[in-house]
Design a protein around this ligand. Structure first.
Ligand SMILES: Cc1cc2nc3c(=O)[nH]c(=O)nc-3n(C[C@H](O)[C@H](O)[C@H](O)COP(=O)(O)OP(=O)(O)OC[C@H]3O[C@@H](n4cnc5c(N)ncnc54)[C@H](O)[C@@H]3O)c2cc1C
Length: 405
């Protein structure tokens, strides 16, 4: 008998048979017990047996559910119980739950009956972008029944661009995680200073090694990048390294590192490509950096100007100040962290000033000029300031969807 092998139902990615079957796109008709590598050319129809058993089981369960629902809806014979409102509420809740279960089973049953056309897609789901969203969607789809799930991601690099990224995405590689490592690193400075007031005698000179901290941060994100890759492969998701594009209603193209292009059909395509830091359109804007570069600076800056009042601006201002830099924070509103609770915003503003960060509310930058001594930042209040680093933390913008077509 001839069968189509739903690869991931039976095999793990490590199974040598997986590769052999996968090289046929997982759709090649096989004979024999496909779980046995020796029997690949000579086997039974696993899919057909499984389908028949499932259908029989489903209709049995549905009949049972129908019977239970009818029984529950029937008024009780006992008259006292019948007039008890508690009893009717319980009865209503039970009936409702059973109806929902029955409906779900029916829907699952429908989904289970893939049409010929559906069965011939290379992937049930193909995800473009392996950040927090993409990885989660791919893993969970694979774990909850999608048989063939693919995902593509740009090659790893801590500073993102059109051509580099990395599995784990912004949060893991150039967002939450590396930022927190720097926040923790920076928090020791004021603590050590404070410790002197509590009897600690820190007599020897205490040095801070920026390069070492960055190296530790890079090691950690490489470790997490590996974990994310393993999470995907353990869930049975096939990872492609390269740039993804949608090239047809159900077709994706992945341009690999060496320029070769792979094309796959997919029943569903998910674009999960996140967003990129944006730069305000002012003269000299190319002299500033964004959070991507801020997490990988070669040298620790001594003078910093930060533009933006959101959490990324506030966090980087605190990181650099904690490491001893002078920091000027410019933002448009009266207080930083627009959208957060007002009392909390006021408390944060006081704390930032308490740490020695100069706040410039209702002020923005109008121009940046390269000087011998650094970058000159001009403000709309006519002030000028020289800094080693100017950080734009003015929000992110989504890439246009048309970039993916
Ligand atoms: C500095 C910073 C600090 C942050 N701190 C926090 C925090 O503390 N807590 C928090 O909850 N959030 C934080 N965030 C936000 C968090 O990182 C994002 O909300 C989250 O990463 C969004 O996930 P995503 O999957 O939508 O996109 P992303 O994580 O950006 O993933 C999208 C992926 O798609 C890839 N990609 C793009 N185009 C293509 C293509 N054509 N082909 C293949 N792959 C492509 C990219 O390389 C990227 O890896 C922070 C962000 C930043 C920048």
């Amino acid at each position: 008998m001839i069968c189509e092998v739903p690869l991931q139902s039976y095999l793990s990615f490590n199974d040598p048979l997986f590769e052999r079957l996968n090289s046929h796109g997982g759709k090649q008709p096989f004979k024999g017990d496909c779980r046995n590598i020796e029997d690949v050319d000579n086997c039974l129809c696993l899919v057909e047996i499984e389908d028949k058993q499932l259908k029989a089981l489903r209709s049995l369960l549905l009949s049972l559910l129908r019977m239970i629902t009818i029984l529950l809806m029937r008024p009780p014979l006992n008259k006292e119980m019948n007039s008890d409102p508690k009893y009717s509420t319980i009865r209503f809740k039970l009936t409702y739950s059973f109806l929902i279960m029955a409906r779900k089973m029916l829907i699952d049953g429908e989904l289970g009956n893939a049409t010929e056309e559906e069965a011939h897609y290379d992937f049930d789901l193909f995800v473009i972008g392996a950040g927090s969203g993409g990885v989660r969607a791919a893993r969970f789809s694979a774990q909850y029944g999608a048989k063939k799930v693919g995902i593509c991601e740009l090659p790893f690099h801590p500073i993102s661009s059109e051509v580099v990224g990395g599995v784990g995405g912004t949060c893991v590689i150039r967002g939450c995680v590396p930022k927190k490592i720097l926040v923790y690193g920076a928090s020791f400075g004021p603590e050590l200073e404070d410790a002197r007031n509590y009897g600690w005698e820190l007599n020897e000179k205490i040095d801070f090694n920026w390069k070492k901290l960055l190296q530790k941060k890079t090691e950690e994100i490489i470790r997490l990048n590996g974990i994310y890759k393993r999470l995907l492969s353990n869930a049975g998701v096939k990872l492609f390294e390269g740039e993804g594009k949608v090239v047809g209603p159900n077709e994706v193209e992945v341009t690999q590192l060496d320029g070769t292009k792979l094309r796959y059909s997919a029943k569903y395509i998910l674009i999960a490509t996140g967003s990129r830091a944006q730069r305000p359109d002012i003269p000299g804007q190319e002299l500033a950096i964004t959070s991507d570069e801020a997490l990988s600076l070669d040298e620790l800056p001594k003078r910093v100007v930060v533009l933006g009042g959101g959490y990324i601006a506030v966090e980087f201002a605190s990181i650099w100040r904690g490491m001893g830099a002078t920091v000027d924070l410019y933002f448009r509103k009266e207080l930083p962290l627009r959208g957060f609770d007002d009392e909390m915003r006021a408390a944060v503003a006081r704390n930032l000033e308490g740490r020695g960060i100069s706040l410039h509310p209702r002020t923005t930058l109008t121009e940046l000029v390269k000087t011998e001594d650094g970058v000159k930042a001009l403000t709309d209040h006519g002030e000028e300031l020289i800094a080693d680093v100017v950080l734009f933390a003015t929000g992110n913008s989504m890439p246009s969807l048309f970039d993916f077509f």
